[in-house]
Design a protein around this ligand. Structure first.
Ligand code: JJW
Length: 449
């Protein structure tokens, strides 16, 4: 068997997000978030699930940190609920909410686990949504005020900071397709949201630098490599457009200070303008210390003039394996993506801030969860990350999505991504076989193929 050793300082982690695991949605002074509002709206979430209780992590965080330590994690990526610390989004601080995160960080440090904080993982204070939310440019200002509050409280002890998680998902499923909070279906609004999210990212990085904090700061993007259905010119063009829609619309402003021109023209013609002020792109184009990438799947596309404003139709290749999300298992796509990012954008460092799969997990007669498919998925993707590292791509760490089963947005609790199985009837935690497998990988620092 061939051993693929990872770099000595490679970071092995796992990730979660506040709305998906914390629960305590209205406890200890927390304000309402747009996901509280959205999940309480009938018909939005499968089975009427909400994040009201979730994994009850707000009350069980000490137990959960012990499990992270048992796995031997180097780092734990989690997000802060903005309305838990600023119930109205700005102004009055909720000290009990802030105290929860200070205790969580303290428990992590005592366990020898590096905290990695995502400042925004979709749970905007509802009070700010009432003022227009991310479509209102002022929200960028309020985001920086919120970020500064957290930087000042935790900036000395937290080594890794992520401004935003998946701004594409916030923008388009949230504001163009209506499938995520706040459930808006207006493409022009979605473009303004994307811009204001990027602007808030740049402003927060500037503030982080001005505070002279010791950690590293970056942003996490969901990046999806796109492949043409055939080698004809129309399909290749469809592929380039889909790549611009999902990937370059965020990569280009961050790394090059400009939007993809061809797609911008299509939007001007078919959607309308969005407001960009004079030095916005200069602010967005702040140097970042790393790029976080969330990789789950590839897309295969073909030209279809009747399909959408781009004339691009996604196809499902036959004979391939798919996860419970309907996402194709395509580990080679992670290698292709990492090589492309290194070549086209040359980020100083890369972290795989999410990679994982939902499968139908059940507790077997022996009381264990034998999630062999998830182990195979993770191993295949780690092999491709290792191939990219050997090709010179500066991948510094890998966070599995997710540490534990949790609220998977519009799918509620029906999709299980965790290394740890959650029995939602009694909040019991059960380490799946993949958790024990990951523990050995972390301990040995290599995979065998
Ligand atoms: C074209 C139409 O599209 C409609 C839906 O569009 C999407 C796309 C992608 C996602 C998606 C969900 N996840 C997993 C999460 N990543 C962050 C963490 O919170 C995980 O729960 N990644 N991507 C959702 C919706």
């Amino acid at each position: 068997m061939h051993r693929r050793y990872f770099p000595e300082d490679f970071i092995w982690g796992a990730a979660t997000a506040s709305y998906q695991i914390e629960g305590a949605y209205n406890e200890d002074g927390k304000g309402e978030s747009i996901w509280d509002r959205f999940s309480h709206t009938p018909g939005k979430i499968l089975n009427g699930d909400t994040g009201d209780v979730a994994c009850d992590h707000y009350h069980r965080f000490r137990e959960d940190v012990k499990l992270m330590k048992e796995l031997g994690l180097d780092s734990y990526r989690f997000s802060i609920s903005w309305p838990r610390v600023l119930p109205e989004g700005k102004g009055q601080v909720n000290e009990k909410g802030l105290d929860f995160y200070k205790q969580l960080v303290d428990q992590l440090l005592k366990a020898g686990i590096d905290p990695a904080i995502t400042l925004y993982h979709w749970d905007l204070p509802q009070a700010l949504q009432e003022k227009g939310g991310w479509a209102n440019r002022d929200t960028a200002k309020y985001f920086v005020e919120y970020a500064n509050l957290i930087f000042k409280e935790l900036g000395d002890v937290v080594p890794l900071w992520i401004t935003h998680n998946e701004p594409w998902v916030v923008s388009f499923p949230g504001h163009a397709f209506g499938e995520h909070a706040p459930g808006i279906k207006n493409y022009q609004t979605a473009l303004q949201v994307a811009h204001n999210l990027l602007l808030s990212h740049g402003m927060a990085v500037q503030s982080f630098r001005q505070l002279g904090l010791p950690g590293k700061i970056g942003i996490t993007l969901n990046l999806t490599p796109v492949y043409p259905f055939s080698d004809n010119e129309a399909d290749q063009k469809a592929c380039d457009l889909q790549d611009a829609f999902i990937n370059r619309w965020f990569l280009d402003p961050i790394f090059e200070g400009s939007y993809p021109e061809e797609l911008h023209q299509i939007y001007r013609k078919k959607v309308g303008e969005f407001i960009i002020k004079n030095d916005d792109l200069e602010i967005i184009n702040q140097k970042i210390d790393f790029l976080g990438i969330n990789y789950y799947l590839r897309l295969v596309v073909k030209h279809n003039p009747d399909y959408n404003i781009f004339g691009v139709e996604t196809v499902k290749p036959e004979g391939r394996e798919y996860t419970e999300m309907g996402w194709e298992v395509y580990p080679e796509g992670l290698y292709d993506l990492l090589i492309r990012l290194h070549k086209d954008y040359a980020p100083e460092a890369l972290y795989i801030t999410e990679n994982g799969a939902a499968y139908q997990d059940q507790i077997d007669a022996d009381g264990r969860v034998h999630d062999q498919k998830r182990i195979a998925y993770l191993k295949a993707h780690l092999k491709n990350a290792h191939r990219a590292i050997e090709a010179g791509v500066p991948v510094k760490g890998y966070y599995i999505w997710s540490l534990m089963d949790n609220f998977e947005w519009a799918f509620g609790y029906s999709k299980r991504f965790g290394l740890i199985y959650i029995n939602y009837d009694n909040q019991q935690r059960i380490l799946k076989d993949s958790a024990y497998w990951y523990r050995t990988i972390i301990a040995k620092n290599y995979i065998e193929d």
